[in-house]
Design a protein around this ligand. Sequence first.
Ligand SMILES: [Ca+2]
Ligand SMILES: [Ca+2]
Ligand SMILES: [Ca+2]
Ligand SMILES: [Ca+2]
Length: 351
Amino acid sequence: MVPTSRFLRSPLRAATSLLVLAAFACALPGTKPVEPTATAQVPTEPPAEASPTSPVVHILAPAEFNGLDRFISDTVCEVTGAQGRAPGGDQLALNRYERPFQASTMQYLPFLDIQRAELKHQAPWFYISLWLIAPAAQRGAFEPLYGVEFDTDMDGRGDFLVWGSAPASGEWTTDGVQVWHDADKDVGAANPLAPDAPAASSGFETQLFEAGRGADPDSAWIRLGAGGAGDIQLAVKESLLGAPPTFMWNAWSDAGLKQPAWFDYNDHFTSAQAGSPLVEMKDLYPIKAIFALDNTCREAFGFTPSGSEPGVCQQARPPATGCMVCLLSAPICRCVSPCPPRAFPGTPCSP
Ligand SMILES: [Ca+2]
Ligand SMILES: [Ca+2]
Ligand SMILES: [Ca+2]
Ligand SMILES: [Ca+2]
């Protein structure tokens, strides 16, 4: 059973005030940056040993956010879905899937079909928005998870997986949200993103957070977006990820396997076992063991990618303007040219 989250109103306001002060401190001359409420280290302790029935008490919830730093466009099956096929965008050799379909029958599941993902950094949160072809409310008996994978050292191996059940409303909640970590760094097995099946890797073996239970009960949240239809939003504390100034990220929807320990999925299933959503792949069509899921290519945060980063999206990008990153816990701002001292995101870069 998913526990119900509860707020302590006064501590929330107090913590929010502290955070606002901390955010300003980042930009004030002669003021040392102040840590947000949580530790900036990657949590190493096991989830808190609270009784499964005791209420989760939150201190700091995400707020509203505006704009975006980076986005990813994904292939959609809106047109070809009725024909039980994807138009492209599925490359098992790159761990890239375009499979918003039921296994074998190829019934189209548009509530899994990601068309766009956006990331916005607004300390101490990373906000991720997923835009779907159909709202999650159309999921019927399916129980999809929606989320994001972070490669914080940019070696092609995902380091954190944050995903949650379809949210019921536009209120931020930790209910149904899970955070997984690959502590032994074997996601991707021998060759990150490339197939190694059958591999004995442990994937994301360490659960850091489950519905508000973990070292920090405020680590990760989910809600329906204000668009009211096909968008889902997640908020992830930068401290949960170790406050990386740069990383790669990509989006996931999964109503099929939902097995963090099997990442990368192409290390767990061979091409023949996985099948394909592409009718051109006559020996592999339809999809089989890897089904009812969608993911995207990876986009950079905090820098302009060269195009050779593992899994990187091959898409046009506007040139980076202004300071892209200013983490409270790691006061580093990044630009094509240097950021001035005590810059905050959006501060013009130095000439
Ligand atoms: Ca898609
Ligand atoms: Ca990694
Ligand atoms: Ca691999
Ligand atoms: Ca592992």
